[in-house]
Ligand binder design. Structure first.
Ligand code: ATP
Length: 249
């Protein structure tokens, strides 16, 4: 059974069909990318999966449970975590404090009036482990706002990982980075995804990033799926080539 399953997922904004009958599944341990030319519906699809916007039609199932009407916070509690964004970092707080707070945000125990010390320690431990997985231990005490752009992006991923997600959702993880910063971040992410322990859904427009990180690819065009499969098959697909050439020409 797929961990995340979309069936006929559709989003209309008035007369605009942003997402059109998307059916797609993400298996446990899979790193899947959703790609497509500008305006293909990637961001809208991401919002439907995270619960930020409501579907017009269709369903989202997570681990067999219908979560189509579950709000964003509830989806996060279930283990469907998106990467944080620069706007949600606390720039004056250290990288370590940011990951610890992220870990606490998913922790149902955090409101327990007694035994708070143990809960705090556990969140700090999870935060530190996430920093280590992203190679950020050496900057753990530095204020988040003073980190390089590349390290800030990796800190966003560390914050999501500190929540021990069952599916990690990433929206353009290298957006806004220079060529060098992108190459470094992709190296770290490739290492992170290499052991198959994480289930990841990545929305990305940079094809090089996608082909480096993803083992399965879903291609969107005008809201609908035009191809779905492994990178080599998708790359060779005539419909994909014409969508991209048509989109960028
Ligand atoms: P890009 O790569 O340029 O970010 P995208 O693949 O993420 O594009 P979306 O941003 O999801 O595509 O947009 C898909 C379509 O839906 C576009 O035609 C867009 O104008 C439209 N759209 C997206 N959000 C809204 C909204 N809130 N209201 C109206 N139309 C919208």
């Amino acid at each position: 059974m797929a961990l995340l399953e979309l069936n006929g997922l559709t989003k209309r904004y008035g007369g605009i069909l942003a997402v059109d009958q998307v059916t797609m599944s993400v298996q446990k341990g899979e790193v899947r990318a959703v790609i497509g030319p500008n305006g293909a519906g990637k961001t809208s699809l991401f919002h439907l999966i995270t619960g930020v916007v409501k579907a017009t039609e269709g369903s989202v199932h997570f681990d067999g449970q219908d979560i189509t009407t579950v709000a964003a916070f509830g989806r996060c509690q279930l283990g469907l975590s998106r990467t944080f964004q620069l706007t949600s970092l606390f720039p004056e707080m250290s990288a370590r404090e940011n990951t610890r707070l992220a870990a606490q945000a998913r922790d149902k125990q955090r409101w327990r009036p007694f035994g708070g010390g143990a809960v705090f320690a556990e969140a700090a431990r999870r935060g530190d482990a996430a920093l280590e997985r992203l190679g950020l231990t050496h900057v753990a005490e530095r204020p988040a706002g003073l980190l390089s752009h590349g390290d800030q992006r990796l800190l966003e991923v560390a914050m999501a990982l500190a929540q021990q997600p069952r599916v990690l959702l990433m929206d353009e993880p290298t957006q806004g980075l220079s060529v060098e910063e992108t190459a470094q971040a992709v190296d770290v992410l490739a290492g992170l995804f290499g052991d198959g322990s994480l289930t990841v859904l990545l929305v990305e427009h940079d094809m090089e990033v996608v082909f480096r990180l993803a083992r399965k690819i879903t291609v969107l065009h005008r809201g609908g799926v035009i191809a779905d499969g492994d990178p080599e098959t998708v790359k060779a697909d005539p419909a994909v080539q014409s969508a991209y050439l048509g989109g960028y020409a």
